[in-house]
Ligand binder design. Structure first.
Ligand code: XMP
Length: 511
């Protein structure tokens, strides 16, 4: 285990991703993790993240000095390096000039964290700091130089402590992964053994160990990547002792219900209860236009329906959920004064009143690892690489009132967009692409008739995590085909527009 202690940097997650990509298991914990717990984890190496504070400020996040005396290799990144210097008797001061952006570092010594580099080599690195180390504690030497930052990379080979002022975890430091690999493999002596096969096997075993021979588990299937992989993984562990519940809320896309039911029943022989609750959702949504209201209603009806079905499963003691590591980190990470709080909205969690114990088999995995896990379980690409689809489904893409008729119009238009995006080979390159039905009527002419129908907006965005997004420059021919087909094939829409707003300040969904 490599332990990453978080001081509130925006890029702490990226450190974990790079370490995992090197096939080494790591965990992120807040810098406030008590020393006894740090020691109990028995880490083979420790990485101290960056952070927005200044070490000499009152109340700045610090570290129990005993962590540095455990005798395991330590890599301090930016704030992590400054804190290490500060705690060990060096000096940190405000830099004359904030340094933000690309810089060049010259490698002075090609061992330690620069084992995989050549002496004299110049590296592009990403800097983002207002403070700098003015003097390092005894025993440290400079191993990397940059014009503006005298102590850009430092090392104490005796105590195996290393520090870098720049951020090796970001893409703007192209050889950052080599630096981390030098730290993990040459300095620490770890072996790259964290692979999709290994974590899938471990996860299956963990579920087997946890659920008793006469106990059952239930899993809510949404058709999305996370719940699908969680279900298949638990099915491998529990066989018929797992029941999956898939609720048709009437807000799914064209053919989606049948596709999910077929895949899981026929291909994977899963014990699947498919519930037709379309009318319940639609009646609860009748007359409602407010987006937040829609979300609340859908969340509540879902919980009611799920709860009723779950009670029918004999001996159910566990609930399987597809929680991923980013959600776990989000709840444990160190929240410094300027840390961003992510405001993600999901269909309400399942109620405690269900009295089921929770199993989250994917809670240590990042999304790409979940996909790799799914591949090692033999799951098809079209499930593993699906674009995200919101829990409240088409309801939040049907602006204004959600009626069966309007949903049918939206579903047909959305299907055309999906076919054209796939046909153009763009599906995998785009984060999300879909249609929004606007309650805006305009005049059109079709043959000899005047039409007065609603408007469809096409939305397609590029994004890495859904937190920020850019509108996707879909080729004009593809947009043209979508527009022609929608207006000709879908009754109820006579005008198509393309949404060219980015997030922020817009959001990906319209509601
Ligand atoms: P926004 O619209 O906030 O969306 O830019 C960011 C990402 O989240 C998805 N999204 C949701 N997912 N329940 C979900 O499960 C929701 O209520 C919800 N609202 C937005 C959206 O599709 C995008 O991927």
């Amino acid at each position: 285990l490599v332990l990453i202690l978080d001081f509130g940097s925006q890029t702490t997650q990226l450190i974990a991703r790079r370490v995992r990509e090197s096939k080494v298991y790591c965990e992120i914990h807040p810098c406030t993790l008590p020393f006894e717990e740090v020691r109990a984890k028995n880490p083979r190496a420790i990485i101290l993240s960056g952070g927005p504070a200044s070490v000499y400020e009152e109340g700045a996040p610090s570290l129990d000095k005993r962590v540095l005396e455990l005798g395991v290799p330590v890599l301090g990144i930016c704030y992590g390096m400054q804190l290490m210097a500060h705690l060990l008797g060096g000096k940190v001061e405000r830099a004359n000039k904030r340094e933000f952006g690309l810089a060049q570092v010259q490698v002075e010594k090609n061992d330690g964290i620069f084992h995989r580099f050549a002496k004299g080599e110049s590296l592009d690195v990403w800097m983002s700091h207002g403070d700098r180390v003015a003097s390092m504690p005894a025993g440290f030497e400079t191993t990397g130089l940059s014009g503006n930052t005298p102590f850009c990379a430092v090392a104490n080979d005796n105590t195996k402590m290393y520090g870098v002022q720049f951020h090796p975890e970001v893409v703007h430091t192209p050889r950052g992964s080599d630096l981390l690999a030098s730290f993990l493999f040459e300095v620490t002596g770890l072996t790259p053994s964290w692979t999709p096969g290994s974590f899938t096997d471990e996860a299956i075993q963990a579920v087997k160990d946890r659920v008793g021979p006469n106990e059952h588990a239930i899993c809510g299937l949404s058709g999305g990547v996370d719940s699908s992989v969680a279900a298949i993984l638990c099915h491998k562990a529990l066989g018929d002792r797992l029941t999956c519940i898939f609720v048709d809320n009437g807000l799914l896309r064209q053919g989606e219900f049948e596709q999910v039911v077929n895949t899981f029943r026929e291909t994977f022989s899963l014990n699947l209860v498919a519930v037709d609750a379309k009318q319940r959702f639609l009646s609860a949504l009748a007359g409602v236009s407010d987006p937040e209201q829609k979300r609340k209603i859908i969340g509540k009806v879902f919980i009611d329906v799920f709860d009723e079905e779950a009670h029918k499963v004999q001996g159910a003691a566990y609930l399987i959920q597809g929680t991923l590591y980013p959600d776990v980190i989000e709840s444990v990470s160190f929240k410094g004064p300027s840390a961003v709080i992510k405001s993600h909205h999901n269909v309400g969690g399942l109620p405690e009143r269900m009295k089921l114990k929770l199993i989250e088999p994917l809670r240590e995995l990042f999304k790409d690892e979940v996909r790799a896990c799914g591949e090692s379980l033999g799951m098809p690409r079209d499930i593993l690489y699906r674009q995200p689809f919101p829990g409240p489904g088409l309801a939040i893409r049907c602006l204004g009132e959600v009626t069966e008729e309007r949903l049918a119009v939206l579903r047909a238009a959305d299907h055309i967009v999906s076919e054209e995006i796939r046909g153009a080979g763009l599906y995998d390159k785009i984060w999300q692409s879909f249609c929004v039905l606007l309650p805006v009527r305009s005049v059109g002419v079709m043959g000899d008739y005047r039409t007065y129908e609603e408007t469809c907006a096409i939305r397609a965005v590029h994004s890495l995590d859904g937190m920020t997004a850019d509108w996707a420059p879909i080729p004009y021919e593809v947009l043209g085909r979508m527009s022609n087909r929608i207006i000709n094939e879908v009754r109820g829409i006579n005008r198509v527009v393309y949404d060219i707003s980015s997030k922020p300040p817009a959001t990906i969904e319209w509601e």
